[in-house]
Design a binder for this molecule. Structure first.
Ligand SMILES: CC(C)(COP(=O)(O)OP(=O)(O)OC[C@H]1O[C@@H](n2cnc3c(N)ncnc32)[C@H](O)[C@@H]1OP(=O)(O)O)[C@@H](O)C(=O)NCCC(=O)NCCS
Length: 167
């Protein structure tokens, strides 16, 4: 998992974290949070981790219905082959079918990660505004972060398969 996140962080424009900011502590932290208050799904091939998605709920009562801190990473060699969509659909199926207590799933994507934003929109996420000048790039420039959320809508979910309903 550590290697996966380090490799993906090496590619600029995706994850917020730089390669040397992906530590054992970071990976251990998000996995522990996912186990305690959220979920994590992993795609493996042999002993190699090809992709992972995780999210967790804040520990406060008032945010317990929110699933946040969502991060997804697919190995560069495996990108563009449907793995990211499959991982995300699996997480949303879990939310829709098994976690009726979750009413909101939220994530943040940098404004220039246009493909990722379109991908999230195709899964039912909507833009909720703009955090201006929030992200500093390696060349020193700054760009906006886009907060996005999926809201549980019982009418939209009624009668639809989970993947269909997520999108
Ligand atoms: C974003 C990411 C998880 C998508 O996973 P993937 O396995 O490559 O995606 P899929 O093949 O399932 O395709 C799903 C969508 O992702 C988008 N996508 C594909 N490659 C992408 C890339 N390198 N960067 C951003 N989005 C990408 C495509 O628009 C695609 O939509 P489409 O199916 O309508 O064409 C993956 O590319 C990745 O890990 N990127 C780097 C890290 C990152 O950007 N994480 C998200 C931070 S908000």
């Amino acid at each position: 998992m550590l290697e996966l996140y380090r490799r993906v962080a090496r590619m600029p424009g995706g994850l917020a974290r730089l390669e040397d900011e992906v530590s054992h502590g970071y990976v251990e932290g998000f996995l522990n949070s996912a186990l305690e208050r959220g979920m994590s799904f992993v795609a493996v091939s042999g002993d190699r981790v090809l992709g992972e998605i995780h999210a967790c709920s804040p520990s406060l009562y008032c945010f317990a219905h929110v699933l946040g801190d969502l991060t997804i990473a697919v190995d560069l060699a495996a990108q563009g082959q449907g793995l990211g969509r499959a991982l995300f659909a699996r997480l949303m199926r879990e939310v829709i079918d098994e976690r009726p207590d979750i009413e909101r799933v939220e994530l943040i994507a940098r404004e220039t990660n246009v493909r990722a934003i379109r991908f999230y929109e195709s899964l039912g996420f909507e833009r909720e505004g703009l955090f201006r000048q929030r992200i500093r790039n390696l060349d020193g420039s700054v760009e906006a972060d886009v907060p996005m959320a999926w809201i549980r809508d019982p009418e939209r979910l009624a009668g639809k398969a989970p993947d269909e309903a997520a999108g």
